[in-house]
Design a protein around this ligand. Structure first.
Ligand SMILES: Cc1ncc(C[n+]2csc(CCOP(=O)(O)OP(=O)(O)O)c2C)c(N)n1
Length: 355
């Protein structure tokens, strides 16, 4: 009798994870994502945007080294597919809250790179009018919520946005990002918990890029998959390949539309890698060289390019054209930004709130 009972128990145990529940998240391959497949034209546009995102970051890095950038310069080399694919999946009236590695999301939402670049050098031709630096900007006209902090505040803010959408019965979705390190903060916990309790149309994407500054993920979380945290809050979670822009688009679209239909919130873990230091001042000496080499093979731009050429969605001539377009866009952006006017001193306090 006892023996039988034990056998039954061990069978159940074999199908559970260490959370004590059934597998707490889906992987993209377990979901039916066929109807979220981007069209060929969209695939080419996604490829253009990840290249533009990288060229933008490279231009910022160059200006930083020339001493022209005010403040620090954060980049997203290796992670472009996550910002671009997810922001591209949003609807026109949805809201995205980018953090420091989501320049791609801001570009996809429609901020011209010339205006975006001017923000890094303190010019007046940006949504902040030169009052804040680098990627710290928002513009609700294009559905971009201004960043508060990289470490979790936006989870709370965007949960609030999503609650407003729900109360006003507006079919809109709020989406934001958090780093692997950021998922250890109290704000992450508070925001995710309330999002789940209120069942709001909110998508949170964990950009698990393996490093929080110089701390590897394994030194600050005992989980292999951070998506497990979604289960703890009672929400659906999905793990996706963050270096495949088409998969990022499909999974994000799935999550966004599910939230729009009233079945949110959803947590997505994007597996990716930060291919540079925390910012331009950090040479990432602490990252093993082999790790960079391994992830270089999964570079999102090279992968998208190969896919589009192999599937004959893009001809080599079209590829050249897109690359030239990106180079031209960034040449014009730099020319514009460097010649843009600085803000006027007497306007410094306008649009700034203080008690
Ligand atoms: C309260 C607070 N502590 C420290 C920092 C400095 N800081 C900003 S981002 C960051 C690391 C974030 O790591 P992660 O969340 O993994 O995101 P990633 O930078 O890898 O994208 C640190 C330490 C800060 N901005 N605020």
């Amino acid at each position: 009798m006892n023996k039988k009972k034990n056998t039954k128990k061990s069978k159940v145990a074999a199908s559970v994870t260490n959370s004590g529940e059934k597998k707490p998240f889906f992987t993209a391959s377990e979901l039916d994502l066929k109807k979220f497949e981007p069209t060929d034209a969209q695939k080419k546009e996604l490829y253009y945007f990840i290249m533009l995102n990288r060229a933008f970051d490279d231009r910022v890095a160059k200006l930083y080294r020339q001493g022209k950038i005010i403040g620090a310069a954060y980049g997203s080399r290796g992670q472009e597919a996550t910002s671009v694919g997810s922001a591209y999946a949003l609807g026109k009236n949805d809201i995205v809250g980018p953090i420091i590695r989501n320049a791609g999301a801001i570009i996809v939402r429609g901020l011209p790179v010339k205006n975006f670049l001017s923000n890094f050098i303190g010019r007046s031709t940006t949504p902040t009018g030169g009052r804040d630096g680098n990627s710290h900007l928002g513009d609700l006209n294009i559905g971009v919520f201004a960043p508060i902090s990289h470490l979790g505040s936006l989870i709370i803010n965007l949960t609030g946005c999503a609650l407003a959408f729900k109360l006003k019965k507006e079919p809109r979705v709020a989406l934001t990002y958090i780093g692997d390190g950021g998922t250890s903060t109290a704000e992450f916990h508070e925001g995710m918990n309330m999002a789940a309790v209120w069942k709001v149309p909110f998508v949170c994407i964990i950009e698990n890029n393996n490093w929080a500054y110089s701390t590897p993920t394994m030194n600050q979380s005992n989980l292999k998959d951070l998506a497990v945290k979604g289960k703890a809050y009672g929400m659906e979670a999905v793990v996706m390949d963050g270096n495949d822009v088409f998969e990022v688009y499909r999974v994000s679209k799935y999550a966004i539309e599910k939230c729009r239909a009233g079945n949110g919130p959803i947590l997505i873990e994007s597996k990716t890698m930060r291919m540079k230091g925390h910012a331009e001042h950090d040479d990432a000496f602490y990252v093993p060289k082999e790790m960079f080499a391994e992830w270089q093979k999964k570079d999102p731009i090279i992968r998208a390019e190969k896919y589009l050429l192999d599937h004959k969605i893009m001809t080599p001539a079209e590829n050249e054209e897109l690359k030239n377009r990106v180079a031209k866009d960034m040449e014009e952006a730099e020319e514009f930004a460097l010649n843009a006017p600085f803000p006027l001193g007497e306007e410094a306090a306008e649009g700034v709130y203080a008690e």
